[in-house]
Design a binder for this molecule. Structure first.
Ligand SMILES: Nc1ncnc2c1ncn2[C@@H]1O[C@H](COP(=O)(O)OP(=O)(O)OP(=O)(O)O)[C@@H](O)[C@H]1O
Ligand SMILES: [Mg+2]
Length: 354
């Protein structure tokens, strides 16, 4: 792909030195992995697909990738695919020549052109019309495109970052997304976790938004009570970080915890709720096993955080063996930094001892 001359794979801006309204990664294993991935990919001349539920931070991550790239001095051009009517999207993307269609009184460059030597950010790409998917594929293949009504092709140098909150693989199965385009845009995939999967980061995010909105609204709102923070950590957050951000904003403006805590009623995630569909077969053993595993995961996480991920101390607090803890950490899917090898060895030796 001749989108951009690859220069260096190093970051132009270290993630830590970014402005205050940038991405809060927190301590969760999932977000640490995202951070490491961004650090590795930001400087490379490859398209990136950022996936995640609504409100998980796809756009803010796309901007971070741009800000950390060697092309950060270039433009960051956003195309909100669902917001632009499909009849207009082609001219918005690729531009047009004078007289190309009724009403084309002058020549207009498209956003692809405007993104030259910068980042073209295609937001919610799953909404793109099939005919435009084909044109975009060509752009990704050789950096070439044609303004509507133009005789000659143009060449641009752009880094493409796309997002989707729908699983594109499913869209391919249903026939609404081209697999060849998917492989082109999905050279590197950044999967953002839902907020409920990174509940350990909620206190950090709350502090961040509190400070930000106290400043913005000249507010005096103090820290949330530990009980409320715990409730926030148990909530399911269908709107993810955007929902949390708005809740903190309301707290700053309204000034009392009561104003926001009532919103959380009846919606807490509780591994022991009997929230099962009675229309389908119920596998009692499987469901209770899942609930117990989820509860165990949360307890282990809380203790690991309290011990700053000191696994020996954590095992002692939990009254289980060190090896058993390593095994459970791995089972829960959050191996601590630098411990993956040890976890692997512990599990291997457990297996060989059996
Ligand atoms: N990790 C984060 N740190 C700080 N703020 C965040 C983070 N993630 C998201 N936000 C904030 O949450 C809001 C939603 O983020 P963003 O628009 O990037 O989400 P999105 O995944 O693109 O959502 P949608 O799918 O609905 O478009 C923004 O105000 C953003 O600043
Ligand atoms: Mg978005």
């Amino acid at each position: 792909m001749s989108l951009k001359a690859a220069t260096s794979s190093s970051l132009s801006v270290p993630v830590n030195d970014l402005p205050p309204d940038s991405v809060i990664f927190g301590e969760s294993f999932a977000m640490q992995a995202v951070r490491e991935k961004i650090e590795r990919l930001a400087g490379a001349d490859i398209p990136v697909l950022v996936e995640g539920e609504s409100g998980t931070g796809k756009e803010i991550v796309a901007k971070l990738i741009h800000a950390c790239s060697p092309w950060k001095e270039g433009p960051f051009v956003k195309v909100n695919c669902p917001a632009i009517p499909s009849a207009l999207l082609e001219s918005e993307l690729f531009g047009y020549e004078k007289g190309a269609f009724t009403g084309a009184y002058g020549t207009k460059p498209g956003r692809v052109e405007l993104a030259h030597r910068g980042t073209l950010f295609l937001d919610e790409i799953s909404e793109l019309d099939p005919s435009l998917q084909a044109k975009l594929l060509q752009l990704l293949q050789d950096g070439r495109f044609c303004r509507i009504g133009a005789q000659e092709e143009m060449q641009v140098d752009v880094r493409v970052v796309c997002t989707s909150n729908r699983k594109l693989e499913q869209e391919i199965k249903s026939g609404s997304f081209r697999p060849d385009l998917y492989y082109r845009i999905n050279v590197v995939n950044v999967q953002l976790p839902a907020l409920r999967e990174r509940s350990e980061d909620i206190p950090r995010l709350v502090d961040y938004f509190l400070e930000r909105y106290n400043q913005q609204y000249n507010g005096q709102a103090g820290p949330l009570s530990p009980q409320l923070v715990r409730r926030l950590q148990g909530y399911s957050w269908p709107g993810n970080i955007r929902e949390l951000e708005n809740l903190v904003k309301r707290y700053v403006v309204l000034g009392t915890e009561e104003a926001i805590s009532s919103e959380l009623q009846g919606t807490t995630q509780d591994p022991f709720t009997a929230d099962v569909s009675l229309d389908e077969p119920i596998w009692l053993k499987k469901l209770t096993r899942q609930a117990v595993r989820e509860l165990e995961r949360k307890i282990i996480l809380r203790v690991l955080q309290a011990t700053h991920w000191n696994r020996k101390k954590a095992a002692k607090m939990l009254n289980i063996s060190y090896r058993a803890l390593l095994y459970k950490i791995r089972q829960a899917g959050f191996p601590p930094k630098n411990a993956r090898r040890q976890v692997g060895e512990a599990v291997a030796s457990e297996v060989s001892a059996d």
